[in-house]
Design a protein around this ligand. Structure first.
Ligand SMILES: C[S@@+](CC[C@H](N)C(=O)[O-])C[C@H]1O[C@@H](n2cnc3c(N)ncnc32)[C@H](O)[C@@H]1O
Length: 164
């Protein structure tokens, strides 16, 4: 594999993990349904990895969910739809407001979002950090999630999508 292929493989990989500092700004979560096979830290007390398949698992009714989903279009949409249905959690997503996921799922069903001012320094599986070539946003489903985004001191623009 030449260096360009290697670089593309890293960019297209799902293995970009959320820095703990971002989670700490948002408070604690009960469930991470898209957890790495070998997590670098315990993001939530309950996790599902790709072998367990977070999509087919039942998410406990009251669980407050952290969703940083795999990037492949089909999985991504299915996970965000499942969170919209669950209606209690926050998703960290690539800023792509012109795509169908935003137009058909997020804008009609999420409460609010933050367009993040800074690029997230994601963690790689070896513990090093890297900044991808895309900006991120946080999307709140449910009132608890909305309250957390409103209060979080995260640089960027907080926007209400749907009242009440
Ligand atoms: C972008 S990473 C985020 C990891 C973690 N949620 C975080 O916030 O740090 C997405 C993760 O989802 C995992 N994944 C892929 N398909 C999955 C599935 N069907 N069920 C659960 N996890 C899956 C990948 O292995 C990868 O570790």
């Amino acid at each position: 594999m030449d260096s360009r292929q290697q670089r593309n493989k890293v960019i297209s990989s799902d293995e970009w993990y959320t820095p703990q500092s971002l989670i700490e700004k948002l408070g604690s979560f009960d469930l991470d349904p898209c957890a790495p096979m070998q997590p670098l830290y315990q993001l939530a007390p309950m996790t599902f990895n790709k072998e367990q398949d977070g999509l087919v698992q039942e998410w406990p009714k009251d669980a407050f969910v952290w969703l940083n989903p795999p990037y492949s279009r089909v999985l991504l949409r299915r996970f965000v739809e499942k969170l919209a249905e669950h209606n209690n959690g926050i998703a960290l997503l690539v800023n792509r407001q012109d795509n169908l996921l935003f137009q058909e799922v997020i804008f009609p069903r999420a409460k609010s979002m933050i367009f993040m001012r800074h690029r997230v320094k994601f963690l790689r599986p070896d513990g090093t950090s890297g900044t991808p070539f895309f900006g991120s946003c946080l999307v709140a489903f449910g009132e608890e999630a909305n309250m957390r985004l409103r209060r979080a001191e995260i640089p960027g623009k907080y926007v209400i999508l749907n009242y009440p």
